[in-house]
Write a protein that binds this ligand. Structure first.
Ligand code: IPM
Ligand code: MG
Length: 356
């Protein structure tokens, strides 16, 4: 029996999580999955109810569970709050508290959706790349940070810092993932300018010695952005620091035509994981039954694969999603001419039907 903490969060979070729960219910009923669900609050909705974007109770529940399934956090109404109270802090706090240092962000192009990409079909068709992003260090968490007054004017400061051990462990993650794929790791840095990246590159070289079967290359982040748009299929696994991975993973996601299709995993050293769609809370479309629930449903598949060792069931979900796409059903974000546009609820129901 595995225990899953469900954190819908804000915006479209609730409606997309509802669809993922339908899938879990169906797997529980038909495959003896034995998932027990615990529900909790995070983000702006947690702030509204408890005064904190990451309530103690949520953190306690996280520590007692086997995995977390998260919707999304954030919304306009909370942007005026002091920084420590903002929804994003709930997410960042959970990542840090659970030491979820290894963030896997696959960018896969579903052949049925090739027309939805803004790039030419031949550039993206068959795309299957994995960004492995360091998630609990770097400039997101480095000290000192803040806004001060210096020489009579305001002065903003953040610090990009990495211990070699932090670089090594994300390196090991990336190499181990590459071993199960095309055995190529491309490490992203800005070593021509930043010392912290010089260290990053050195440590990646050292780690690579443990993986003689995997080829390591290095690329500057500006060139990486360019290459992702020019010839994305050249990459297998890209390993990045926290900030570079944030930026490049949005870019990679968009190559696939819809950020609404992409799941992610954030793992600690014991493979405890938090699973969430890559897209955000999209408050502008919340409650309208138009959000795409597939990234969240595919996050359940990732959870089964990476934390719960249920590869077969993960595959079943992925096949079901493919079946629904083959049938021509699309939410608005991935629809092309001639497709049948359906809502969030119906998409969830169709995936459940295809599972059976
Ligand atoms: C992401 C998001 C988060 C990040 C925000 C919401 C804090 O953009 O998961 O990519 O910057 O890591
Ligand atoms: Mg981001």
């Amino acid at each position: 029996m595995s225990k899953i903490l469900v954190l819908p969060g804000d915006g479209i979070g609730k409606e997309i999580i509802t669809q993922a729960l339908k899938v879990i219910d169906s797997l529980n009923a038909n495959n003896n999955l034995g998932m027990e669900l615990v529900h909790g609050l995070i983000g702006g909705s947690a702030y509204d109810e408890t005064g904190s974007p990451l309530p103690e109770e949520t953190l306690k529940a996280a520590k007692e569970c086997d995995s977390i399934l998260l919707g999304a956090v954030g919304g306009y109404q909370w942007e005026v709050l002091d920084r420590p109270l903002r929804p994003e802090r709930g997410l960042l706090g959970l990542r840090a508290e659970m030491d979820l240092f290894s963030n896997l962000r696959p960018a896969i192009l579903y052949p049925q959706l090739a027309a939805a990409s803004s790039l030419k079909e031949e550039i993206v068709s068959g795309l299957d790349l994995m960004i492995v992003r360091e998630l609990v260090g770097g400039i997101y968490f480095g000290e000192p940070r803040g806004i001060e007054v210096k020489d009579g004017q305001r002065f903003g400061i953040n610090s990009a810092t990495y211990f070699e051990s932090e670089i090594a462990r994300i390196g090991h993650s990336a190499f181990q993932i590459a071993q199960k794929r095309d055995k190529r790791v491309c490490s992203v840095d800005k070593a021509n300018v930043l010392e912290v990246c010089e260290l990053w590159r050195e440590v990646m070289e050292e780690v690579s010695k443990d993986y003689p079967d995997v080829e390591l290359s290095h690329i500057y982040v500006d060139n990486a952005a360019m290459q992702l748009v020019k010839a994305p299929k050249q990459f297998d696994v890209m390993v990045t620091s926290n900030l570079f991975g944030d930026v490049l993973s949005d870019c990679a996601a968009m190559l696939t035509g819809s950020i609404g299709m992409l799941p992610s995993a954030s793992l600690n050293k014991d493979n405890f994981g938090m699973y969430e769609p890559i897209h955000g809370s999209a408050p502008d479309i919340a409650g309208k039954d138009i959000a795409n629930p597939l990234a969240t449903i595919l996050s359940v598949a990732m959870m089964l694969r990476y934390s719960l060792n249920q590869t077969d069931l993960a595959g079943k979900i992925e096949v079901a999603v493919n079946t629904v796409l083959d049938q021509g059903y699309r939410t608005g974000d991935i629809a092309a001419q001639g497709d049948t546009v359906i809502g969030t609820e119906e998409m969830g129901d169709r995936v459940v039907a295809a599972l059976k």
